[in-house]
Design a protein around this ligand. Sequence first.
Ligand SMILES: [Zn+2]
Length: 230
Amino acid sequence: MGLLSTLHKNLEIVSEFIFPSVEPWREGRKIEGACCQRCGSPFEVPVSIPIQECANCNGIPWHLDRAFSCYLFEGDPRRSILEFKYHRKFYWRSVLGKVLVEGYRDGFSGVAFDALVPVPLHEAKRRDRGFNQAEELAFVLSSRVEKPVWNCLSRPHETISQAIQNRENRLKSPLGSFQMMRRFDVRGRSLLIIDDVLTTGTTANECARVLREAGARYIAVLTVARGVGS
Ligand SMILES: [Zn+2]
């Protein structure tokens, strides 16, 4: 179990009392309706014919079969994620986890996943922060959908935070950022990568590339939010 999973198991009951709703946000745009079946980008205008992939996905070497995010990364969802990650406001763990549960049911009702795979943090960053937010959210989702959490990826090289890079640099693939943990066998498995925010999709796609090379059959990503305009 993750550090916070143990630490906050009891506090979760309290936080659920304080934040009883799955949607506690007043300013937040849920991603609903038609969106790209590959990257999850919502279509700005209603589409009359079903489109599988958006124009942005054209020519991108996706290793992901599908990406799905629940909210746009703005307003209250953005504030909650940043407070959880950087200001240790751990009561958001339960709320953000519940959003993922809803996203899992909305986006992947027909998929039988074998496991949830959190995007790993570099060990030094994990030590500084004290926890990996993706892992903590995966544990909340795991307890509700009864899928195991597999920490089967490691991140041996530190990469610059996507939030402080410009778009040009973000789009450059961080090749070699992730490695497969040897004790896991993912051959033929269906895996759901979990993260808090999807920005360009580069990070999740790189995780998917490593999992695919290790033999995974179906790989998707679920995040609480996705970057606005990405
Ligand atoms: Zn797309």
